[in-house]
Design a protein around this ligand. Structure first.
Ligand code: GAP
Length: 536
């Protein structure tokens, strides 16, 4: 599937719009239209229901070491700045970026592809801003730089593969041709760029009033661990779930909503005994993978990838990513949908003791130049006492952290299909159909009168009103019925109900299945039950 087709359908049918589009848009920000908002809500609601409200606290689910409890939380986007100092985000949540003195543009240096090339006795590292088919753009930029014509492409002597700028020694940047530059040596040395959005609380505009929009929802859970333990009767093992907006000032937002600057996360922090944490890590990896497959992400496009040891954070005993082969990625490449990390006791200890660093294989509080903790923790006791065994310990954490927008994008990509279906005249036409799982489809059914006369609209409206209290349903009487079917196929509506001449005599309507295109007759009085059963 070409991504352009999905992007165009999303705009045409009201799934996704560029933010502030009438003013030219704002890079990295997206709005959900009338269909998109329902789709994303359904995905978030499915997550909340499957992980929290629908979870059986009393019996171990398949694969779980024992029964566990799940509760929810909704905390603020702006939190005490010390949260981000102890969590490490203030010091370490950075991307390396380079600036171009000529084009005045800024790039994430690990996302600038380039290649060494020699011609006319000069060797340069030519780079590109093009996201796909780098080779063609690198060649045309190199030809232009060396003042060669396309027919002289053979005069370019390429050296080594395409690599990112991150692999090049900054001392050699004087030989680099920036992605949008005409001259060599315009790129600055890489610098740290903190991804947190800074803001000011109250009337204080100096550092005193500085605060940050949260770059993840997770820290709100850790800082409320004690509150949840004290105010509920949860016992370890248990999980706290939270969904909500997060903000990251990404240097190069790209690929539709995949890397945005404002997005929603769905995160669980699962607190368990250190001894059983490896089993819980395995459980959550499998549980989360199953959640996506149950909702229709299946086959070769979804995979669970265990991180190599050298990819792990210093405190992590294991991390896996659930990845999807998004169509905008080169063949064979996958993009992260969700990370499942074993985080040990890093987070709770950081918020007790202060920002931690690894030293000789141990986590210790980082010291400032004065020998005191660089960033002081809360000093509050965030350990847990097991009232049955009397054991006191700092729970270990398993963190399944998903992106609601990336999930929505993956479900949209997976749903997009083109097939052949007959039009009103029986001629085969290409049909665009969004095969969304009925549970997440924005509309569950649409009701049409076959024609706008003979009392059919009145019956169809009655049916529409009877279904509406039970599920989202759409009424449409405008245009040829074939056209109306096509619109609902593009919206991903699983069932279309049509009132025709026979309805007026025997009370039955046709129910058309979006995917199989099969139609069967159902009595008006049984419609809600039949739809409920089919939607599941
Ligand atoms: N608390 C852990 C954490 O935030 P992460 O891998 O940085 O981990 C988790 O983010 C998930 O959030 C990702 O798997 C992705 O789905 C989503 N996410 C992260 N950055 C994003 C961005 N810029 N745009 C859209 N989604 C993003």
């Amino acid at each position: 599937m070409e991504m352009e087709k999905l992007v165009s359908l999303c705009k045409r049918r009201g799934f996704l719009f560029q933010s502030s589009e009438i003013y030219g848009g704002l890079n990295g920000f997206w709005d959900y239209g009338p269909l998109g908002v329902e789709l994303k809500r359904n995905i978030k609601e499915a997550w909340w229901r499957d992980m929290v409200t629908g979870h059986d606290d009393l019996a171990p689910p398949p694969g779980a070491p024992e029964a566990y409890e799940m509760v929810g939380l909704d905390c603020t986007i702006i939190m005490h700045p010390q949260v981000w100092k102890c969590s490490g985000h203030f010091d370490l949540f950075v991307d390396k970026m380079v600036d171009c003195r000529e084009s005045k543009k800024r790039y994430r240096y690990d996302q600038v592809p380039g290649r060494w090339v020699e011609a006319k006795g000069q060797k340069i590292f030519v780079t590109t801003a093009v996201e796909e088919h780098h080779e063609a753009d690198l060649e045309s930029r190199a030809l232009k730089f060396f003042n060669l014509r396309a027919k002289d492409a053979g005069d370019l002597a390429w050296e080594g593969p395409v690599v990112s700028l991150a692999k090049i020694d900054p001392a050699l940047y004087e030989k680099a041709l920036g992605p949008d530059a005409k001259a060599l040596g315009t790129l600055t040395a890489p610098r740290d760029f903190n991804l947190m959005f800074k803001t000011f609380v109250g009337a204080l505009s100096g550092e005193e009033g500085a605060a940050y929009l949260r770059p993840e929802t997770a820290q709100g859970i850790f800082v409320n661990f004690k509150n949840v333990c004290d105010s509920t009767r949860v016992r370890v093992p248990f999980g706290i779930a939270q969904m909500g907006k997060s903000f990251r000032n990404e240097i190069t937002p790209r690929n539709f909503t995949f890397r945005s600057r404002e997005f929603e996360q769905m995160e669980i922090e699962f607190f368990c005994h250190p001894k059983s944490s490896p089993q819980w890590y395995q459980y959550w990896r499998d549980r989360r993978m199953k959640w996506y497959t149950d909702l229709g992400l299946a086959g070769e496009r979804l995979k669970l990838r265990e991180h190599d040891k050298d990819e792990l954070s210093h405190y992590s005993c294991g991390t896996s990513d659930i990845e999807y082969a998004f169509p905008f990625l080169p063949p064979g490449e996958f993009g992260e949908l969700e990370g499942i990390a074993h985080r040990g006791d890093f987070d709770l200890r950081s918020h007790m003791e202060g920002k931690l660093v690894a030293k000789d294989g141990q986590l210790v509080v980082e010291q400032g130049p004065d020998g005191k903790p660089k960033w002081k923790g809360s000093g509050k006791d965030l350990s847990y006492r097991d009232d049955l065994t009397n054991e006191r310990f700092v729970p270990h954490v398993i963190e399944p952290s998903a992106g609601a927008d990336r999930g929505t994008l993956a479900f949209l990509c997976e749903a997009y299909h083109e097939d052949q279906a007959p039009d009103e005249k029986g001629e085969m036409q290409t049909r665009v159909v969004m095969k969304l799982h009925p549970r997440i489809a924005p509309l569950k059914a649409a009701v049409f009168p076959l024609v706008k006369k003979d009392g059919m609209p009145e019956v169809a409206q009655r049916i529409y009103r009877a279904i509406k209290p039970h599920m989202p349903v759409f009424y449409d009487e405008k245009g040829a019925v074939g056209r109306r079917y096509r619109r609902q196929d593009e919206a991903g509506t699983p069932y279309c109900i049509t009132v025709d001449g026979q309805t007026l005599t025997d009370g039955t309507v046709t129910v058309r299945d979006r995917d199989s295109l099969k139609q069967d007759r159902v009595h008006e009085s049984e419609l809600v039950a039949v739809l409920r059963e089919r939607i599941g």
